[in-house]
Ligand binder design. Structure first.
Ligand code: C2E
Ligand code: CA
Ligand code: CA
Ligand code: CA
Length: 273
């Protein structure tokens, strides 16, 4: 038994060491990657369900290595959340979207709001509001053009503080979107106190369209958000059936592969008049 235990610990140590090395490598690579512009924003359009007109987009980070391979966010975001670099990455993305919006405005395009994701680490980091405001000023971008998406899981943290931060963001003119709505257990109680502008209905609900109980749940979420006057965007819409169902219930906007996948800026650009 002692021997087995020893082997187990040796194995465990080996795994732990590997993980630490992996994280350290990611960290080192990130600094060079930022300097060498390996990170970029992809844009996924959001459409008005009724008119099918483009009403906005979400900026999603992509890491394109020197070999041209795209590293998906799921591979590096958790590491960056662990080592704190996510704050740097989010700020980079915010700046990148402001820069891009400024360029499109200067080219005379009809721009739409492009939302940016904000990690839990950023939203509770006190310097972030002032930093983001400075970036807006630097590029002369009105805050309405860069809404902020915060994931529903931050609701489990300091709610009073979060509410104050959202109030502050509203004073500046930002819209605040609640990402992955419905995945946290605090969803319903949170709605009465948190001044959220848009709910993004999580893909897991959209996946349940076609299922009787699933459809009833979506129906009640749509009714609830309408009666509260909160805008609703459905995420991860992939099929015609899902689209038709959401249209019938008058869900405001749609985001998903059914209409468009996330794409580089120069592919997204022609969609703007
Ligand atoms: P999210 O914020 O919920 O973003 C939506 C994800 O769903 C994106 O994955 C998008 O490509 C994907 N998606 C959109 N439509 C469909 C669909 O119809 N079907 C399916 N299967 N997927 C769809 P992506 O780009 O891989 O990003 C994954 C997550 O990484 C994001 O989830 C977000 O939590 C995080 N993330 C991405 N960019 C950033 C960023 O700049 N900052 C932070 N903090 N997180 C980011
Ligand atoms: Ca998001
Ligand atoms: Ca989401
Ligand atoms: Ca999701």
């Amino acid at each position: 038994v002692k021997n087995q235990l020893h082997n187990y610990y040796a194995f465990y140590n080996e795994e732990l060491k590997k993980r630490i090395i992996h994280n350290k490598e990611m960290e080192d690579r990130m600094e060079t990657a930022l300097a060498q512009h390996e990170f970029c924003a992809y844009y996924q359009p959001k459409y008005d369900t009724e008119t099918k007109k483009i009403v906005g987009a979400e900026a999603l980070v992509r890491w394109i290595g020197k070999d041209g391979k795209i590293v998906p966010p799921s591979d590096f975001i958790p590491v960056f959340e662990e080592n704190g670099l996510i704050v740097v990455l989010d700020e980079f993305m915010f700046r990148e979207v402001c820069r891009q919006q400024r360029q499109w405005i200067d080219e005379g395009r009809e721009v739409v709001p492009v939302s940016v994701n904000l990690s839990r680490y950023n939203i509770f980091y006190s310097a972030f509001v002032q930093k983001y405001q400075n970036i807006l000023e630097e590029y002369k971008i009105p805050p309405e053009l860069v809404p902020l998406e915060i994931t529903e899981s931050v609701m489990s943290e300091d709610q009073e503080l979060l509410k104050n931060i959202i109030d502050e963001l509203h004073e500046i003119g930002f819209s605040v979107l609640m990402d992955d709505f419905g995945t946290g257990y605090s969803s319903m109680t949170m709605l009465s106190s948190m001044p959220i502008d848009v709910l993004k209905l999580d893909k897991s609900f959209v996946d349940d369209i076609g299922d009787n109980r699933g459809e009833k749940i979506i129906r009640s979420i749509i009714e609830l958000s309408r009666s509260l006057g909160i805008h609703l965007t459905a995420e991860g819409v992939e099929t015609e059936q899902q689209y038709e169902f959401l249209k019938k219930l008058q869900c405001d906007d749609i985001q998903g592969y059914y209409f468009a996948r996330p794409m580089p800026g120069d592919e997204f650009e022609p969609l703007l008049k």
